[in-house]
Design a protein around this ligand. Structure first.
Ligand code: ZN
Length: 304
């Protein structure tokens, strides 16, 4: 019992139990997480009949984000759940400014099982943790949301490491430069925006670990970006974000990597990278090699 209590104390959670859900009206609910207020609007009657499972999903996602960033990234957010056809979460969008707002389309036949599989709520909440940047840097926003969503859910134990590595190994090649592509700031295609941005984030995560004897990670740099006030409440440039991140970790990783990747295609040999991390997909199975040169870094990426 004593050990269990100590483990709970060191789990990084700042709240002992789930926060109470306030009912503000027949369609609006709210809860607080570590001083941040999250209000949830469910206008549709069919979705409202599933309010308990929907609010649990919002809370679970908020806790995943809280664990990764060490806080909920904005002081308040309004989440509007809109009904659509089908049985899954279909689409989301986050808007910044003084009063951040997230809109998510949820299928009328949604189930607990499908909510458990959803990645969109966490993806949109990652957007809350980054300042608005000019359109040329959209790859930073979507790359972060793509990469951090998987890593944060892996650290929470919501996804297995096998699942995340398979996802990265299968999908990340979509972010590699195609013939004629230039750097991330100059090639706003879907692949370069989402997965090219995710490659940037993964390279940064690995490099920060290499440069800090595996003590620090991209997560520490991103917490520093929030410390500098650069959540979705703020407007800034990608360079200011990277300067704040590098300042927080005390090593220059983000700015030099950005300088390499912003205008140059900067092709990466992903297969060689997976091999050096000691993770490969063989006959549809994820296989680990603990003798690989960067296996020690790969092993710590999912530690919370
Ligand atoms: Zn997004």
């Amino acid at each position: 019992m004593r050990i269990l209590i100590m483990l709970l104390a060191f789990s990084g959670s700042l709240y002992a139990a789930d926060p109470a859900i306030e009912t503000l009206s027949d369609r609006e609910f709210a809860f607080e997480i570590d001083g941040s207020r999250i209000s949830v609007e469910i206008g549709d009657r069919v979705l409202r009949s599933k309010k308990d499972m929907l609010l649990e999903w919002v809370l679970y996602s908020a806790k995943t984000i809280h664990q990764y960033y060490g806080r909920f990234p904005v002081k308040s957010v309004h989440i509007n759940l809109m009904v659509t056809a089908g049985n899954e979460v279909r689409f989301g969008r986050a808007f910044g400014g003084d009063s951040p707002y997230v809109r998510i389309d949820v299928g009328e036949n949604i189930s607990t099982e499908m909510l458990r599989r959803d990645w969109i709520m966490v993806h949109e909440m990652v957007h809350l943790a980054m300042a608005n940047v000019p359109q040329a840097h959209a790859w930073l926003l979507e790359g972060l949301a793509t990469y951090v969503e998987s890593i944060a859910r892996g650290q929470r134990g919501h996804l297995t490491e096998d699942h995340v590595w398979r996802y990265f190994i299968e999908r990340m090649p979509q972010g590699l430069p195609q013939a004629g592509d230039r750097g991330l700031d100059l090639t706003p295609t879907w692949g370069r925006t989402y997965w090219g941005g995710a490659i940037f984030c993964m390279l940064a995560d690995i490099e920060i670990r290499k440069r800090s004897d595996n003590r620090l990670s991209l997560r520490d740099a991103l917490r520093g970006v929030l410390d500098a006030g650069l959540s979705m409440h703020a407007d800034t440039s990608a360079m200011k974000v990277f300067e704040a991140g590098d300042r927080a970790i005390g090593v220059d990783v983000l700015v030099p990597l950005y300088q390499k990747m912003k205008t140059d295609p900067y092709p990466i040999d992903l297969d060689a990278l997976w091999a050096s991390l000691g993770v490969t997909l063989q006959d549809q199975k994820i296989v680990y090699d603990d003798q690989a040169p960067m296996a020690h870094i790969r092993k710590r990426l999912f530690e919370s």
